[in-house]
Write a protein that binds this ligand. Structure first.
Ligand SMILES: [Zn+2]
Ligand SMILES: [Zn+2]
Length: 128
């Protein structure tokens, strides 16, 4: 892995202290144990996310944004047309969170999860 730290947004060189997990459950356990670090080498909390059923893993939680579809505010669960809480976030809200993370990535945000030693951005590859 070569990176030029002088380039804006370039990766500064902190990797996870562990090999990349293969399964999502394994990743969840590492997070919950506080074993993972951000790009500045600081521990990632891994605490339960206040707005979804996942853990705080430095990625932008869709629940931290308002929903463009059902118009709920940040911190609120998406609602179905019936007014009941939806099981998951609306796609537009998830896409908005992804767009925010891409912008953070491009800006070289050091609070993002550090890459794994084997491959830089593997979390999409985790097996269920
Ligand atoms: Zn969340
Ligand atoms: Zn929604």
């Amino acid at each position: 892995m070569t990176a030029d730290p002088s380039r804006p947004g370039a990766f500064a060189g902190v990797y996870q202290p562990l090999p990349a997990p293969v399964y999502r459950l394994e990743y969840q356990q590492l997070l919950a144990a506080g074993a993972l670090v951000d790009r500045a080498g600081r521990p990632v909390s891994g605490a339960p996310c206040p707005t979804c059923d996942w853990l705080v893993d430095t990625a932008t939680c869709p629940g931290s944004l308002p929903c463009p579809r059902c118009s709920v505010k940040a911190e609120q669960r998406c609602i179905r047309p019936s007014g009941h809480a939806a099981d998951r976030f609306h796609t537009g809200r998830v896409r908005a969170a992804e767009a925010q993370d891409r912008a953070r990535e491009e800006a070289g945000d050091p609070t993002l999860l550090a890459p794994w030693p084997e491959h830089p951005t593997p979390n999409e590859r985790l097996l269920p």
